[in-house]
Design a protein around this ligand. Structure first.
Ligand code: HAM
Length: 420
């Protein structure tokens, strides 16, 4: 028997209530803050992601789904959304629009990861990107959207972690001091971290191995190495976050797994949950990325949140989500002539906006009414042989269990009256 590929999920009808709840809130908050929707292709030139996410990252080294198409082009299923949005910004000359350009997206994301609860090989993100402004007030806006989105969803007890990892001017000195510090402890580092020490020292800080965690506590902190511009940006951002009453915790170990970040980085996770797969949303500034992709220097910041993780947390916190409505009317019938009337009536009712489920085949009236009950219909219209002959139907109120005979041509009118 075939099964869904490892690390992927079927989103069954019983789960769809969560998904429509989340996506509707995502659209609503985006529009509230003036963000416009963008959709980019599911796959892109592989080099776009290598260039933007960084060659030395886990994503590029081990997690990309890359294929060669028939013309020999290397294409990658998008492992995140930011690079594609930046590519589109440059390609469509969005620098000519009023800045910042505020965009949001909802997209399937593909990463070849080790599947576990909250970590999948295909997941979905709601993300926003604000491109073309360096003002720390824009960082505060993006963080505010993320936070208010979770509040609107009804999630509670979340923590916002914040850090600044500086820029090209100040980061080299910080990396030198990180290398110097970790080199003294080379022997106690895990094999991955020994490699990171040579190739991507920032990532040493978010190693989850118990042998490495104690070392990171004493490690040099990026905010002690910020240049004046980055330090000022970080000060301003904290001031704005305070102004907006957004509670944050500075986390010196927060460095993120993608190489394009500069200055601000942040993550939001359920209180007290430290595992990487607990993080529900994350983002940061990427002031150099658009230039690296061939555009003009364009400071930008964004954020993305995993929809599957939101569903998990909504369930964990027992947030009730609206159940998508099912048709309010069920039509049951007996005999071919009644079936003909039932088909015509269903069509008529739907045209006037009433949701209708129609039984099919040759079931007993009892079985049909049982089905009407299980669909959650409020009213059943019953057409038997007598009704066909008399040009009437039986209209049954499913909750009260009461029924009355009404003329067939009055059904739409009566239902419109009783449904308000
Ligand atoms: P990210 O931290 O890699 O950032 O992913 C963002 C969110 O996607 C995570 O916080 C998590 O909720 C969800 N997520 C990531 N990987 C998985 C997975 N394997 N299974 C389930 N959920 C997952 C980015 O992708 C950046 N593009 C965010 C950003 C936007 N930065 C600036 N703009």
């Amino acid at each position: 028997m075939y099964q869904a590929p490892r690390g992927t999920l079927d989103i069954l009808p019983r789960e769809q209530g969560y998904w429509s709840y989340i996506t509707q809130k995502a659209v609503a908050i985006s529009e509230l803050y003036g963000y416009q929707r963008i959709d980019t292709p599911t796959f892109e030139d592989a080099r776009l992601f290598v260039r933007s996410i960084g060659e030395e990252t886990d994503i590029v080294e081990k997690e990309m789904y890359t294929l060669e198409d028939r013309s020999g082009d290397k294409l990658t299923l998008r492992p995140e959304g930011t690079a594609s949005v930046c590519r589109a910004y440059v390609e469509h000359g969005m620098h000519t629009l009023p800045q910042p350009v505020r965009l949001y997206y909802m997209a399937a994301i593909f990463r070849y990861e080790r599947p576990q609860a909250g970590r999948y090989r295909q997941h979905h993100q709601f993300g926003i990107e604000a491109l073309g402004d360096s003002d720390p007030a824009l960082d505060a806006e993006v963080i505010d959207i993320a936070w208010q989105f979770y509040v609107n969803l009804g999630l509670r007890r979340l923590s916002l972690y914040l850090n600044s990892i500086g820029c090209d001017t100040c980061r080299p000195a910080y990396l030198d001091s990180l290398r110097a510090y970790y080199s003294q402890h080379g022997k106690s580092l895990c094999p991955d971290c020994r490699r990171r020490l040579l190739r991507n020292p920032l990532r040493l800080l978010d190693c989850q191995k118990s042998s490495c965690i104690p070392l990171t506590e004493q490690a040099p902190r990026s905010i002690d190495y910020l240049c004046d511009e980055c330090a000022q940006h970080f000060d301003q951002l904290r001031r704005y976050l305070n102004l907006l009453n957004l509670p944050f915790v500075i986390n010196h170990r927060l460095v993120r797994g993608l190489d394009y970040y500069t200055k601000t980085v942040f993550e939001i996770a359920p209180e007290g949950e430290m595992a990487a797969q607990a993080t529900i949303g994350a983002g940061g500034r990427y002031d150099d990325l658009i230039e690296q992709l061939g555009g003009r220097p364009t400071p930008a910041i964004g954020f993305a949140t995993g929809i599957e993780r939101l569903v998990l947390n909504l369930k964990k916190q027992k947030v009730a989500v609206p159940v998508p409505p099912s048709p309010a009317v069920f039509i049951a019938y007996l005999g071919q002539e009644a079936k003909d009337e039932a088909l015509k009536l269903a069509s008529l009712l739907r045209k006037s906006g009433h949701g209708v489920t129609l039984t099919l085949g040759d079931r007993s009236l009892k079985a049909q009414l049982k089905q009407a009950n299980s669909t959650g219909a409020r009213h059943a219209v019953i057409i038997g042989e007598d009704e066909v002959r008399g040009g009437t139907v039986l209209l049954r109120d499913m909750d009260k269990g009461e029924q009355e005979t009404i003329p067939l041509d009055k059904v739409t009118e009566v239902l419109s009256r009783v449904m308000v």
